[in-house]
Design a protein around this ligand. Structure first.
Ligand code: NI
Length: 145
């Protein structure tokens, strides 16, 4: 057993928020999915995201608001899991001005897709904010949430 703690994870600035990729954990290389911690500061939002992977986003601290293009917004308090279909364009908001928000994002390509396809056509395509270039840089390491 291994306990993975967001509080001690290495976080980097990506997508307008702070990201802790599970590639930092040696054990994660063997898992059939990718994952990342997403830390959204008070009053902050991620950049718009769109990718070929299915994404299961679990709110572990704070209260998220998920905005999905064409589907409006959904409040997601601590303990909520949000399942996003491939190519659903989404943003994570932390509307609190005081409380941090941490989401564990778990993502994988649906059956029939390959990891190569995911890396190629995922992630960088969005780019509707200035930080879109950050997404371009990260797509190469095997997809994202
Ligand atoms: Ni995503």
């Amino acid at each position: 057993m291994r306990s993975l703690d967001c509080g001690s994870a290495v976080l980097t600035a990506e997508y307008g928020i702070r990201i802790g990729r599970w590639t930092q954990y040696p054990e994660a290389a063997k898992l059939p999915f990718d994952a990342m911690w997403c830390v959204v500061g008070p009053g902050s939002s991620s950049v718009r995201d769109c990718h070929p992977e299915v994404e299961l986003a679990v709110v572990v601290t704070g209260r998220a608001e998920f905005e999905v293009e064409g589907a409006g917004t959904t409040a997601a308090p601590t303990g909520t899991a949000v399942l996003l279909d491939p190519q659903e364009r989404h943003v994570i908001h932390n509307r609190s001005q005081t409380d941090p928000l941490t989401v564990l994002s778990i993502y994988w390509l649906p059956d029939g897709d390959t990891a190569d396809e995911g890396a190629a056509d995922g992630n960088a395509a969005d780019g509707d904010t200035a930080t879109g270039t950050a997404a371009t840089g990260t797509a190469a390491d095997g997809g994202r949430s």
